[in-house]
Design a protein around this ligand. Structure first.
Ligand SMILES: Nc1ncnc2c1ncn2[C@@H]1O[C@H](COP(=O)(O)OP(=O)(O)OP(=O)(O)O)[C@@H](O)[C@H]1O
Ligand SMILES: [Mg+2]
Length: 312
């Protein structure tokens, strides 16, 4: 079941001469229970796209639905049915209420019945390691803890779709890991769909089922990490170091794309191949005929490599 099914999203800011076109006709399709990652440089249009999908901005044009509601005609219903954590989400935190009071306040605003509010608040505080700060004023806690509080607030209500715009910004490695674990747990436990942006590409590689790389308001790549790897696989590298005779390079170059570096009596051969699995045995067999292999290293494409290739 599609939770987001949108085609041709266009959005610009300003008018006439000052008009800035930010989204140039983006399609988005996200299935229920997916953790979907949106990547792109500063200014690519990620936040704008999230605001359109969360019903906060009306696009210039677009067709389709978010959680079953029309993206243009029913944006208010969308807004009421999804959660959003913005990079500045902690602005909504009241500095002179304690962490627990902030969450209880928002539980009331979100219409959680008072008899359940205590349990719901305790659950998110536990999951985000906020329980130890429960009686601290929000102005006393660190920026990273406040960001966790903002995420906790947005996740008090278990909406089917949650937008997270840079959820781990300001967080140290350990806290960021905790947030990622929480996202995956909520998806597994409640089937919640997450649409997130991040500048930490390894983060997307770790938890996102699919990613979309955006540049200048257009989609440049879309798929699972494996699909993207396959699409860019001509860049996978195999390094073989060893002692080889001088003829080896000419022979290998009849078949493969190879470079060689001479290191103290050894040669490092770097092969650029489309399919490591199928080529490696053939390469090893051929190389062995011309000398002795000391070391083999395979460099698989990371999402970071793909990102750099896509966004040049
Ligand atoms: N309210 C606005 N009015 C005018 N221009 C805007 C507005 N919001 C964003 N922009 C412009 O739209 C473009 C896309 O901005 P957006 O915030 O969507 O990018 P982003 O991909 O989220 O970037 P970042 O990684 O920095 O968060 C930028 O050029 C930005 O200056
Ligand atoms: Mg942004």
């Amino acid at each position: 079941m599609a939770v987001i099914e949108l085609r041709g999203i266009k959005k610009s800011y300003g008018k006439r001469k000052k008009k800035l076109e930010v989204l140039h006709g983006i399609d988005v399709h996200v299935e229920k229970g997916e953790i979907f990652g949106l990547l792109g440089k500063n200014g690519a249009g990620k936040t704008t796209l999230i605001k359109v999908m969360a019903g906060l901005l009306i696009p210039d044009s677009a067709k389709g639905k978010v959680v079953g509601y029309d993206v243009i005609k029913e944006s208010e219903k969308i807004r009421a049915s999804v959660s959003l954590v913005a990079p500045t989400a902690d602005i909504g935190v009241d500095p002179v209420l304690t962490v627990k009071q902030n969450l209880l306040f928002w539980a009331t605003v979100y219409g959680i019945p008072p008899k359940n509010a205590g349990d719901v608040v305790a659950e998110v505080m536990e999951a985000l390691d906020l329980a130890k700060f429960k009686d601290a004023w929000a102005m006393e806690i660190s920026a990273g803890t406040r960001q966790r509080l903002a995420i906790a607030r947005a996740l008090l209500v278990k909406h089917d779709l949650v937008f997270l715009d840079e959820p781990t910004v300001k967080l140290d490695m350990e806290a960021a890991k905790m947030i990622r674990n929480f996202i995956v747990d909520l998806r597994n436990k409640y089937g919640i769909t997450f649409f997130m942006t991040t500048h930490l590409i390894e983060e997307a590689e770790e938890i996102c089922d699919r990613v979309m790389i955006m540049d200048n308001g257009t989609t440049r790549a879309l798929g699972t990490i494996e699909e993207l790897r396959r699409a860019f696989k001509e860049d996978e590298e195999i390094d073989i170091t060893g002692k080889f005779n001088a003829l080896i390079l000419g022979k290998l170059r009849e078949i493969w794309k190879v470079n060689a570096v001479h290191l103290d009596g050894e040669i490092q051969l770097r092969f650029y191949v489309e399919n490591v699995e199928s080529q490696l045995p053939k390469i090893i067999e051929m190389v062995k005929k011309h000398g002795e292999i000391i070391n083999i290293k395979i460099k698989r494409l990371t999402l970071n490599d793909i990102f750099e290739k896509v966004i040049q």
